[in-house]
Design a protein around this ligand. Structure first.
Ligand code: PHE
Length: 446
């Protein structure tokens, strides 16, 4: 392919699948339930849903729009659009901080991807079959306590990501998303049904949807906004890059609706699958990052032939994690390729190695190096907090401010197919509600 020709998605469907593949991942099934449990339940869920609707939608659309108009990587797209509309080149910062965020997130994301891989194998060998809750909790504790094992699985996960990105087999993966994502939904639904009959479903519903007013603290609100960014892969240049392969015919708002409904549904289903099991087994919902790795093996271990479901579940989770991880590595590699003399394969190797190294610091936070290094947080929590709660929201804020205030308003409206009332709603949300929302959350939480 000639350098001057910028690739395009083969169809609207491919684009939506790729964006969904990036969005749906550990964020939905691992991070959402554990944060919900950690943050007192329904208050977190409610703020998260509001953030998705009022902040997530306009920022997702803005990132795609920047990419489609710029037809290039995030940094160059912003630079080009800023130049064309006579704005400051300083807007390039939005692209640069996105790449930095991707680098930091992948380091700890890969550690959890490794857990998922390891649990796939343990399900296969029947390690959880017939075990009680205490044993399964103990197994997870032992796993976290072994730096060597965590390192092994983190390395395997990172090697998979490296292989996929270096050899550019993303296309095949996109096709696989078409089958595997629906399979993931089916499996989650089975688990929810299991929870309805075999768990404390009513308690789970109340926990997730009946907010307790005192739970709306600054911390919970900031965590919920961070999760909205994390789960939609926003604030990282990924959606800008995906937008740059997009033809003019795709309706951005419609595409955003599809991706967001799917992503949110998976997160809510994951919560509805997990909390009935948590309450039925007297587990602690605020167990933390280990939540799904303790609760789901208990459920699978107690079902007839549950190991098969466990195996399929952790395989699908690993797959969902991989499609998100490759979308995280991509911008870092693209940046190295375009800004250094490295070609694709060496650039991928260098990026993957650096990320892998940082991941080691993250995995040691679960055992030998569980000490506060900054703001009272260990490395793992620090990486997670700095990215989700600070870097992503600020970068996303930059993207929506740029589109809503710096680009020609009429041209944005016509690109989104808006007029009259719909255009007014868009302008109110994108110009005021979303940016002010992000800023207020920051002010409120500090
Ligand atoms: N959205 C992905 C998830 O929910 C994680 C991710 C974040 C992927 C940011 C890419 C960029 O798991």
């Amino acid at each position: 392919m000639a350098k001057s020709f910028h690739a395009q998605w083969s169809s609207r469907m491919t684009f939506i699948l790729a964006a969904t593949g990036s969005a749906v991942g550990l964020g939905n099934i691992w991070r959402f339930p554990y944060l919900t449990g950690d943050s007192g339940g329904a208050a977190f869920v409610l703020v998260y849903l509001i953030c998705i609707a009022l902040i997530g939608v306009p920022i997702l659309v803005s990132e795609w729009l920047i990419g489609r108009r710029g037809q290039s990587n995030p940094v160059n797209s912003l630079s080009k659009l800023a130049r064309e509309s006579g704005r400051s080149q300083g807007w390039m910062v939005v692209g640069i901080s996105g790449v930095l965020g991707a680098f930091l997130i992948l380091s700890f994301y890969s550690v959890i991807g490794g857990w998922s891989l390891s649990y796939t194998l343990s399900s296969l060998t029947g390690e959880f079959s017939g075990q009680d809750a205490a044993t399964i909790e103990g197994l997870f504790g032992d796993f976290l306590g072994s730096p060597g094992l965590l390192l092994l699985w983190h390395s395997i996960f990172m090697a998979l990501v490296l292989g996929i990105v270096a050899f550019g087999v993303n296309r095949g993966l996109e096709r696989a998303v078409r089958v595997l994502m629906p399979a993931l939904v089916v499996l989650l639904v089975i688990l929810v049904i299991y929870g309805i009959f075999g768990g404390h479903f009513g308690e789970a519903l109340a926990f997730m949807f009946a907010p307790d007013m005192s739970a709306f603290t600054g911390d919970v609100i900031l965590a919920a906004m961070g999760q909205a960014f994390f789960t939609l892969s926003l604030g990282m240049g990924i959606m800008i890059a995906y937008g740059s392969y997009l033809g003019q015919d795709v309706k951005l708002l419609g595409a955003a609706r599809t991706v967001i409904i799917f992503d949110t549904a998976i997160a809510i289903l994951a919560g509805l699958a997990i909390f009935p099991i948590v309450f039925a087994n007297g587990l602690d919902p605020s167990e933390g990052p280990g939540l799904i790795f303790v609760t789901l093996p208990i459920a699978f271990g107690g079902m007839a032939a549950g190991w098969i479901l466990g195996l399929i579940f952790f395989l699908l989770l690993t797959f969902a994690a991989l499609t998100s991880a490759i979308s995280l590595l991509e911008p870092v590699v693209e940046m190295l390729e375009e800004r250094t003399p490295l070609s694709r394969v060496p650039a991928t190797v260098v990026a993957a190695f650096a990320i892998w190294g940082l991941g080691i610091a993250a995995l040691l936070s679960f055992n030998v190096w569980d000490v506060p290094v900054l703001f009272g947080l260990n490395i793992f929590n620090l990486l997670d907090t700095v990215t989700a709660k600070i870097l992503l929201p600020l970068t996303g804020l930059g993207a929506v401010l740029f589109v809503a205030w710096q680009l020609d308003r009429k041209s944005v409206e016509s690109e989104l197919g808006l007029s009259g009332t719909t255009a007014t709603v868009w302008n109110i949300v994108a110009r005021f509600i979303a940016p002010i929302g992000v800023i207020l959350v920051f002010i409120f939480s500090f």
